[in-house]
Design a protein around this ligand. Structure first.
Ligand SMILES: C[S@@+](CC[C@H](N)C(=O)[O-])C[C@H]1O[C@@H](n2cnc3c(N)ncnc32)[C@H](O)[C@@H]1O
Length: 591
């Protein structure tokens, strides 16, 4: 797994940080750990009022961009909300709405910032499930801090605000139901043994394990879990981290290899440890699947089916990277140290299995000494991913308890599956490193554009390499007005400038409108070409196809959906601009 936002699971950037695959993983994981743009609260000593200050952290690398957005929306990045001694229901609704507008912006990630549309006011209802949950939970944290300092009189107002925020979280979560069918009567003996082992070793859990169609094991709430409840707590001593390798006979050999990453060391250790009958983690290794079925195991048919998609390059690059990593180490290590690296345990197939294990189950954990390590975490490894997870932040070891806590960011009813957020991962990463497509609309799914290849007038002048451009399903965007059309504002802006360098404003002049039509028509033809490469969906033969070919076809459908929404937005835009052009002509003639 991946994330570990202060919180999530990690998608490991296993083996090395140089591959494109690993870089995407590590970026999401840094999300998790990075200083969360928290809301601070502060108090006024005034008799009747309490001041709740929502302040953006200046450590946030996106601070300046977010500050700019807040200003554009007429919100100050340090705006203060006065809490009255008594709170009317109307006051609570308005106050919460105002807090939420600010918190949503503060919690935007880089991708959401790219697509955010400053021209829409009132601002979009929400940006993504992750953003909404982060925003609401950050308000809860701010209120919690305030309560600890407030006088009795204001505590009531804070409690009302707290309750209203919890209601919003509950209502929001209720809209997202991942429909996974539990497989009744599936034996969970091995999983139960692992839980028993964990509990004997200090694990506390409010989850049990069940099997789900299409997802293997998942964790189910044993009782109603509320926001703030700790669903699972794992003592550090039960975490598989590089400390274990220090104790093993392979450590001196591995430590002497120049430039080897700690992830690679862990991976090589686990390849042997899984065969060790005396391993302290034998029960854990016994629960692991024999095959992982991630994109890294795609066969030739599936790879061929991906022609024209971004997933094809991702999988091929990741696989080539792993192959070259393997060949750098083997058979050399087996020949030189056969007792430490028995050849039968270090085949390419075993290596790939271990890579899939670490990519799909590794979590990045921040230890109290400040070190950030990729770890395997027994029991937590049963948690599946959702785009609207119950557990958002989880990667930081509690220095007092010396444990990792999985705390609820939204409620989960008894008997429901409890989901983790692996990170803001696009479906291409989820297929490559985890082997599944999440339910619902994944707002991280984008199609990146190589603008330098854009023919015609856009060539050379586009964007001067400063910003990577991309599109996503335009159903995610709210502004369909002229000059917006649901398309990404930075992309349109760069295209306009490439088309007409003198362009400076979006005024309704004939020149601007002519330029706009050309921009949209060029864009449309670019996306038509991309769509053609994906081929006719009717030719995707799904009868009796294998798991990997099915995933490949499903991914193609996702990209087709994005492209057709963009093409439709271009068409609507061309229509809109031409109408406006005609209106301007008519006015010019009249004038
Ligand atoms: C950390 S493990 C979670 C436990 C896993 N289901 C198992 O049985 O071991 C991650 C793997 O779970 C599966 N998975 C996680 N979330 C999923 C989802 N929403 N839908 C389908 N499969 C999912 C994928 O196979 C992924 O590689």
């Amino acid at each position: 797994m991946k994330e570990h936002r202060d919180d999530d699971k990690v998608s490991t950037s296993l083996v090395s940080s140089s591959s494109s695959s690993s870089s995407s993983s590590s970026s999401s994981s840094s999300d998790l750990l990075s200083p969360c743009p928290v809301l601070h609260s502060k108090f006024l000593l005034d008799e009747d009022d309490l001041l709740l200050e929502l302040k953006m952290s200046e450590d946030d690398p996106l601070f300046e961009k977010k500050k700019y957005i807040l200003q554009k929306k007429g919100l100050d990045h340090m705006e203060q909300v006065y809490l009255k001694g008594t709170a009317s229901p109307d006051w609570i609704i308005t106050t919460l709405e105002s807090l939420l507008q600010r918190a949503r912006t503060i919690q935007l990630n880089e991708l959401e910032l790219y697509f955010s549309d400053l021209a829409v006011y009132p601002p979009a209802e929400f940006y993504s499930p992750r953003n909404e949950l982060e925003a609401l939970n950050s308000i809860l944290s701010a209120i919690k801090i305030s309560v600890s300092c407030a006088t009795d009189k204001k505590i009531t107002a804070l409690e009302d605000l707290h309750a209203a925020t919890l209601n919003l979280i509950r209502d929001f979560g209720a809209k997202y139901r991942d429909d996974m069918n539990m497989i009744a009567n599936h034996s969970c003996d091995k999983e139960n043994q692992l839980i028993h082992w964990g509990v004997c070793n200090g694990v506390k859990t409010k989850l049990h394990i069940a099997y789900f169609e299409g997802a293997g094991r998942g964790a189910v709430a044993l009782e109603d879990l509320e926001v703030g409840d700790v669903a699972l707590e794992i003592p550090v001593s039960n975490i598989i981290s590089e400390d274990l390798v220090f104790e093993s006979d392979m450590h001196p050999v591995l430590a002497s290899i120049d430039g080897i990453s700690s992830e690679t060391i862990m991976l090589l250790w686990s390849m042997k440890e899984k065969f060790n009958n005396n391993s302290r983690f034998k029960i854990y290794f016994d629960t692991l699947p024999e095959t992982f079925n991630t994109g890294l195991s795609f066969g030739l048919d599936a790879i061929t089916s991906l022609e024209g998609t971004s997933l094809l390059d991702k999988i091929v690059e990741a696989k080539e990277h792993l192959r070259s990593q393997y060949e750098e180490l083997f058979p050399a290590l087996c020949s030189r140290y056969p007792a430490i690296f028995p050849p039968e345990m270090y085949t390419w197939e075993q290596f790939l299995w271990a890579c899939e294990l670490w990519y799909s189950n590794g979590m990045r954990v921040m230890f109290p000494d400040g070190s950030l390590r990729t770890c395997l975490i027994p029991i937590a490894g049963f948690l599946n991913h959702s785009i609207c997870p119950h557990i958002l932040r989880y990667g930081r070891v509690d220095p007092t308890m010396k444990s990792l806590k999985f705390t609820m960011s939204r409620p989960c009813k008894v008997g429901d599956q409890c989901y983790l957020g692996y990170g803001n991962l696009p479906t291409s990463d989820l297929i490559t490193f985890y082997g599944f497509i999440p339910q619902g609309c994944n707002t991280s799914d984008v199609i990146r554009l190589d603008i330098s290849d854009h023919e015609s007038s856009c060539e050379n002048s586009m964007n001067s390499g400063q910003q990577d451009h991309m599109v996503r399903g335009t159903w995610n965007s709210h502004n369909r007005e002229i000059f917006y059309y649901g398309l990404p504002p930075p992309l349109l802006e760069d295209l306009r400038e490439a088309q007409c360098p003198q362009h400076c404003t979006n005024n309704l002049t004939l020149g601007n409108l002519e330029n706009e039509i050309e921009v949209l028509e060029n864009l449309r033809s670019t996306f038509d070409a991309l769509m053609d490469v994906l081929g006719d969906p009717a030719l995707d033969d799904r009868t009796n196809c294998c798991w990997d070919v099915k995933l490949a076809f499903d991914f193609k459908d996702i990209e087709r959906g994005i492209l057709s929404s963009v093409i439709a937005s271009c068409d609507d835009g061309i229509y809109l601009v031409k109408e406006e052009y005609r209106n301007c002509m008519t006015e010019d003639i009249r004038g």
